[in-house]
Every structure is written in C-alpha cells, then in structure tokens.
Design a protein around this ligand. Structure first.
Ligand code: YH5
Length: 275
C-alpha cells in the first residue's frame, strides 16, 4: 500500500498516473480561466479513462524549458486543484518549489512529485508536516542544460545510490517508508543509451524497498528509437509503460491513460494465473 494523504493505493496492481499540464492561456489578457477550465476537463477525462492518480503541473520541466515564477505557478495549479476537489482519486502536485507544495497540499493534493527529490531548502519540512506521499526523482543537472552532455560512470549504480540516499534522508526527517516513491528520471540528464541502461536495470531499484515510478510517456528517447515526432509516440509510449511495469515499476506516469490502462489489462490477465 502507498499512503497518500487520505488515500491508500493498492500496489498489487500497476498504478496509472495521468499527466495534467496546466499550460499558459493562449489569450494574452493575463486571465487564467480558459486554461483552468481546459485542465479540469482534461483531468475529468483522464479519470473516466481509468487514471488512479493525477499529476498536476504548472511549470514545464522539459529539457530547455524556461522556469516559471512561484506566483504564476500557483495561479495555474491552485484553481485546478480546487476545481477538482471531491474527486475519487488522489492528486499529485508536480513541483520543486516548497511554497507551491504547501499551497497545493493545503488545497487538497495528496502527493508531491518533485523532480528535485525534496532537496530545495524547506521542501522536506513542508511534506513532513502532512500525510502526503512523495515521489523522489533523480536528475543530473538542471532542465535548462541537462541534455547538453550527460555523463555517468555507471548510470544504474549512480542513480540508485542517489535515490537510496534521498530515501534515507526523507525517512530520517520523519516521512514513513509507506509514503515514499522513487523514480530514475528518464530523460533528465540522460542520453538514449543511459535511458535504455536504466530500463534494462530497472529491477535492481527494487532493492531500495520502495515503489518505483517510471515516466517515459512521449519522451524524446522514444522518438529517437521509433523515429517519431512528439505527437506520433502513442504506440512507443504504451510499449514503454508496459515494459517498465514488467520490469518492476509500480506506477507509470503517462499522457495516454486510456490506451495504457488497456495495455496493462492484458499484462494483468496473463499474470492472473500466477496468483
Ligand atoms: C518523470 O519522468 N517527467 S516532465 C519531454 C517530452 C515529453 C514529456 C516531448 N515530470 C517526469 O513528461 N516527474 C516530467 O518530450 C516527471 N518522472 C516524474 N516523477 C517531462 C515530460 C516530458 C518531457
């Protein structure tokens, strides 16, 4: 079980985390109503499609993306979290900013998804004072520059050592193991070869004793392998999610919830006879 605020997620089956990006309004009147409404509608669709948890993000952490100010990020994500209150599944806030974590958790989010693994000053304290779950992700460098020249001696060992250290630090601060998820951070300061090594070695992360999240959906490594532009990566993304689960991922973070849920049902049906 993953303890996630008032929710308990059963990890006996793969968990599908649906991605909800709150993008800036295309109407440049400074208002945020249209994008809030669009994000809420999208979130409701993902729930209908079978999402087990939704990840709400107001700042793109894609390679090369610009940072968004704290105030702007809050203006994007808070109305969406507030607008979704009362839904039957937990909400995760995708942020590395402690102030955004605090406000999102107060507004009803049950999980923090932090690409910075709670290393920002004050981040650990914010989560410690709640009963929210946390996803600790590995990255090398900063989103602006991380893809310039990623380097590792042994990527599986280095990522595993980092995540092991963060699990220990977070546990020592008072966050129970049952609330912690780890993530090797596909695409965050990694070449295609590094990402493939991590996928190949995914099972070794199980030794850290906490559930593993894999985020491969639509990422450029899939484009590089399949030779597809970002909007043509559905099949590659579903395949990657399925293979990650087969190698031990407990949670997959995906854009295409309906298709991923279908694919995982086939895997589940095959594995059914083993139980
Ligand atoms: C992740 O792996 N990723 S944001 C580039 C793309 C497509 C998608 C077109 N947040 C993760 O999804 N949080 C992001 O190329 C994440 N794990 C966790 N825990 C990047 C993203 C993306 C980037």
């Amino acid at each position: 079980m993953l303890h996630c605020g008032k929710f308990q997620l059963d990890l006996a089956r793969p968990i599908v985390m649906g991605i909800v990006n709150v993008t800036p309004d295309s109407f440049s009147d400074g208002g945020q109503h249209a994008s809030t409404a669009a994000a809420i509608a999208h979130a409701r669709q993902l729930i209908a499609d079978g999402a087990d948890i939704l990840d709400i993000g107001g700042e793109s952490t894609r390679p090369g993306a610009a940072e968004v100010g704290e105030q702007q990020e809050l203006e994007r994500v808070l109305p969406v979290i507030e607008g979704l209150c009362g839904i039957s599944i937990p909400l995760s806030i995708d942020t590395y900013k402690p102030a955004v974590m605090r406000a999102a958790l107060a507004a009803g989010a049950s999980m923090v998804n932090d690409v910075n693994a709670l290393q920002a000053a004050g981040a650990l304290e914010v989560v410690t004072r709640t009963d929210a779950a946390v996803c600790l992700m590995h990255k090398q460098g900063d989103p602006q520059t991380m893809q310039q020249r990623p380097q590792y001696r042994d990527v599986v060992e280095e990522v595993s050592d980092f995540l092991g250290g963060r699990v220990a630090a977070v546990e020592a601060a008072g966050i129970a193991r049952e609330r912690i998820v780890i993530d090797p951070g596909f695409g965050f300061g990694k070449t295609v070869a590094h990402n493939l090594e991590l996928l190949r070695g995914l099972e070794s992360f199980r030794a850290l004793g906490v559930p593993l999240l894999a985020g491969l959906s639509r990422k450029s490594m899939l484009g590089a392998i399949a030779g597809r532009d970002v909007n043509e990566r559905l099949a590659a993304s579903v395949a990657a999610a399925l293979l990650a689960v087969q190698r031990g991922a407990a949670i997959v973070r995906v854009h295409d919830v309906r298709e991923t849920v279908d694919a995982l049902k086939i895997l589940e049906a095959i594995n059914e006879s083993e139980r």
